[in-house]
Design a binder for this molecule. Structure first.
Ligand SMILES: Nc1ncnc2c1ncn2[C@@H]1O[C@H](COP(=O)(O)OP(=O)(O)OP(=O)(O)O)[C@@H](O)[C@H]1O
Ligand SMILES: O=C(O)C1=C[C@@H](O)[C@@H](O)[C@H](O)C1
Ligand SMILES: [Mg+2]
Length: 183
């Protein structure tokens, strides 16, 4: 495994925080969760920031935290809303590989029981399935690695990420060597 960071992206409930820490242990990497960085910086829960200061301010704070990331050999669990910030996405792309945890809508809904307390960046009148439809193409646009998590437990998802990242690295190395040979 190289020294670059692995950044987990995907819908709320996809398992970025839960799987992230398991993956970090498997790889011997550090682990950070940008949601926890925001909470530590602001001294309150995400939902409190949204309730008191609004969605727009929450997004600004999240973007600023993404722009300030300086880590190596780290699994980074992001919030599901990072996808809305172009500068934020560019910043995390510079940090490492974006790993998209793909989970179907029904499975996500069954996992999320605390929708009103989770601090979701959701417009008034928007349903969770609207959010799913809006965001799915955005995650896919920016992902380097796509991980189908259907039917897998957290340990199995972590193992699948590790394998796919490794295969991706070998593929990139082979491409590089082939290009060199053809020069
Ligand atoms: N592969 C899995 N199988 C079953 N349950 C899972 C799986 N991954 C995560 N969960 C459960 O789903 C819930 C949400 O997981 P988690 O908080 O890690 O999601 P998240 O992607 O970090 O969401 P958010 O964007 O809101 O931070 C947790 O209760 C977790 O235990
Ligand atoms: O997907 C979302 O809209 C969010 C998910 C959380 O992890 C937090 O990042 C935040 O509360 C927004
Ligand atoms: Mg999380």
């Amino acid at each position: 495994m190289s020294s670059e960071n692995l950044i987990l992206i995907g819908m709320p409930g996809a398992g970025k925080s839960t799987v992230g820490v398991i993956l970090a242990k498997r790889l011997g990497y550090h682990f950070i969760d940008t949601d926890l960085l925001i909470q530590a910086q602001e001294g309150c829960r995400l939902q409190d920031i949204i309730d008191r200061q609004g969605l727009e301010r929450f997004r600004q704070i999240e973007e600023q935290v993404l722009l300030g990331l300086e880590t190596q050999r780290t699994v980074i669990a992001t919030g599901g809303s990072v996808i809305y910030s172009r500068p934020g996405i560019e910043a995390i792309k510079r940090c490492g590989r974006l790993v998209y945890l793909q989970v179907g809508l029904a499975e996500l809904q069954s996992r999320i029981s605390d929708m009103g307390e989770r601090g979701l960046v959701m417009g008034a009148g928007q349903s969770f399935s609207d959010l799913y439809a809006e965001r799915t193409p955005l995650y896919a646009e920016h992902a380097d690695v796509f991980v189908d998590c259907t039917g897998l437990n957290t340990e199995q998802v972590a193992a699948r990420i590790e394998k796919q990242v490794l295969v991706g690295q070998i593929d990139r190395w082979v491409d590089m060597m082939t290009e060199k040979k053809n020069d």
